[in-house]
Write a protein of this length. Structure first.
Length: 411
């Protein structure tokens, strides 16, 4: 646990692609059917950073059952309630629009985070029809309420939910992958008109067991990554935010926060999965492996571009198939203190004193690489908001782990 005597410092994250969300997952229990309470979530002791180091996509699953305790833990991590009444994901104006459908062999259910329960939605086995891309014991359908968020803001909230699902599933020895499709794959289920499907995540035990080796091969002026003293469960349970900023951040702290937005794992993957040939995974998933965001760090000294790994910069895909060394650095784009300008643009004066502001900027040209699928259209933008939401969630968890506070600020 964290030492209470530590001095709390805070910084902020200002996202160019930002989001808002509703007060609880919207559905009427009386109309949806019977409600089934889930068992209490398990306490997962894996350290937060290790769960990020191990984050990867899994596409092939065994028929082994996902237990109620495992499912309970993953759903709580996704968007459940902390013991103090807060949520495992941050809300904007105390609102949340995300909805999780849980497709099991017998029926489709909706997760109710208020009661930590499953609410019956529709009888029958919908897993293969909705989760047709990858067969798994459970399929999770991520949707949002269109009366509470648009596709971009809804996508960003679902990105936080999806990232929590991936981290917790891996920590439990399970696996999942983010599957997006237009039109949404969940449409055959017949969800209400005010809901929009976006992501399906199959959930199960990987056919190929996880096999990671710690091979950082770190070449940088930044210190090597460290593991914090708290677990993934504790970080989710104690996640906190602040809109009052002061103090300074060390070079090591800045390195940790930038890495968790878009960096490469110090682990190499030796699991030899048939449908995932990536060797060094990244902190968040990306549609088609495009990774089209440019991350900028703003401090009192200037605006800096974060390069996650120079050695993949000119690859056709921004991924690592061979376990390359990690050559990471900051490149100064503009000198001087520009935090006040960002504060004025965001309408949040307090961030002018934040020691670090992280700005993710979507590079549209990277969403339509030559000879590959063009994902630059407005209808595809939701998937990039999803990616930004996942990166933001990592930073909030990392701040909690190091006794810091962060916030997501709307521009």
């Amino acid at each position: 646990m964290l030492n209470g005597s530590w001095v709390r410092k805070v910084f902020c994250i200002v996202f160019c692609v930002v989001f808002c969300s509703t007060m609880f997952l919207p559905f009427a229990i009386a109309e949806s059917g019977d409600e089934y309470l889930l068992p209490p979530p398990l306490s997962v002791e894996m350290k937060l950073e290790e769960s990020m180091f191990r984050r990867m996509s899994v596409r092939d699953f065994t028929n082994d059952t996902v237990t109620d305790e495992e499912l309970s833990t993953i759903l709580w991590a996704a968007c459940g309630f902390q013991s103090d009444g807060d949520r495992t994901i941050p809300g904007i104006n105390t609102s949340f629009a995300g909805i999780i459908y849980v497709l099991k062999e017998d029926a489709a259910y909706i997760y109710n985070p208020v009661n930590h329960s499953l609410v019956f939605f529709k009888a029958g086995d919908w897993r293969d029809e909705v989760g047709w891309q990858y067969v798994a014991p459970i399929q999770l359908g991520l949707c949002y309420d269109t009366t509470l968020a648009d596709s971009c803001f809804g996508g960003a909230e679902l990105g936080q939910i999806g990232q929590n699902i991936q981290l917790m599933a891996n920590a439990l020895g399970l696996g999942t992958v983010v599957c997006g499709q237009i039109p949404p794959a969940i449409e055959p289920l017949g969800i209400p008109e005010n809901q929009e499907g976006m992501i399906v995540m199959p959930l199960g035990h990987p056919i190929s067991a996880y096999d990671f080796r710690n091979r950082p091969l770190w070449f940088s002026t930044f210190p090597r990554l460290k593991t914090s003293p708290i677990s993934l469960s504790t970080a989710l349970e104690t996640r906190n935010e602040s809109t009052s900023f002061n103090g300074t951040l060390s070079k090591a702290e800045i390195s940790q926060f930038l890495w968790c937005t878009y960096g490469f794992s110090p682990y190499v993957d030796r699991s030899d999965q048939e449908r995932n040939s990536i060797i060094r995974h990244r902190a968040v998933p990306s549609a088609h492996g495009y990774y089209p965001f440019k991350m900028y760090a703003v401090t009192e000294n200037g605006v800096f571009y974060y390069q996650p790994n120079l050695l993949v910069k000119f690859n056709r895909y921004q991924v690592d198939f061979i376990g390359l060394p990690i050559v990471t650095y900051l490149f100064k784009k503009v000198s001087g203190d520009h935090r006040q300008e960002i504060a004025e643009a965001s309408g949040q004066p307090s961030i002018a004193t934040a020691p670090l502001i992280i700005l993710p900027v979507l590079a549209i040209e990277m969403t339509r690489p030559p000879g590959k699928d063009d994902l630059s259209g407005e209808e595809d933008r939701r998937f990039w908001y999803f990616e930004a939401g996942a990166a933001a969630k990592n930073v909030l968890l990392e701040a909690t782990a190091w006794n810091l506070s962060a916030a997501l600020i709307l521009p």
